[in-house]
Design a protein around this ligand. Structure first.
Ligand SMILES: Cc1cc2nc3c(=O)[nH]c(=O)nc-3n(C[C@H](O)[C@H](O)[C@H](O)COP(=O)(O)O)c2cc1C
Length: 205
């Protein structure tokens, strides 16, 4: 059990020994995307915590059209998000916003997002992708998602990682990630319990 986790989480997990399904979602599908570097780093941080079972969703590998139940990729996405207890979105910033393929993925499902927590890891130029994050908070509010207050951002990201995808100055980012994961974990445990006690569909209209 990691020392970063709050008491409520320890109580819940020791009672059920149940892992939390954490789905990490890529925001970019661009050829040569930097997203791989950021997502690999974030995945490695998550894997330090045995409380999470990590799954990856990469929109570059999904064909989300047609939007019908007969589309196997859409069905797979729906199933994956449905079993999720928490999400991390890795987003770059394009023209002061978030990437269109990420929005397409978000809009492709609905109920599967509801009453679950979500955290952001962002990157870009001087803003570190924070403008994309703030816009995404509005989008996820509509989907009944609880977004985490803390996020991790990489300004001028390409100056922060070496050719092997290692951070030059790891400590600060790792500390930010730990705090964000602690918050995500707290919300994931609390909302999983709440969803079991009272199905959220009763109030999600
Ligand atoms: C179309 C486009 C628009 C961009 N606009 C911004 C921007 O508004 N702010 C910023 O900080 N970086 C911007 N960038 C730089 C990206 O954040 C940077 O290239 C990043 O690596 C993109 O992520 P990706 O390589 O994973 O697709 C833009 C890049 C592209 C391709």
């Amino acid at each position: 059990m990691s020392a970063l986790l709050p008491t409520i989480a320890i109580r819940e997990l020791s009672a059920t020994n149940e892992k939390l399904n954490l789905v990490l979602i890529y925001g970019s599908i661009r050829e040569g995307r930097y997203c791989d570097i950021i997502a690999n780093w974030a995945s490695a941080q998550v894997r330090k915590h045995q409380e999470f079972a990590l799954e990856i969703v990469d929109p570059a590998k999904l064909s989300l059209q047609p939007q019908s139940e007969q589309n196997p990729d859409l069905h797979a996405l729906r199933t994956c998000l449905d079993r999720a207890d928490a999400f991390i979105v890795i987003t770059p910033e394009y023209n002061h916003g978030y990437p269109a393929p990420l929005k397409h993925l978000i809009d492709s499902v609905s109920r599967e997002w509801q009453a679950k927590p979500l955290a952001f890891v962002s990157y870009g130029g001087v803003s570190g992708g924070l403008r994309a994050v703030e816009q995404l908070r509005q989008v996820f509010a509509e989907l009944h998602v609880a977004t985490m207050r803390n996020s991790v951002s990489f300004a001028n990201a390409w100056e922060q990682f070496d050719d092997q995808g290692r951070l030059y100055a790891a400590t600060r980012a790792e500390k930010s990630m730990e705090m964000m994961l602690a918050q995500l974990h707290w919300w994931a445990v609390a909302l999983k319990d709440a969803r079991r006690t009272i199905p959220y569909g009763i109030v999600a209209t």
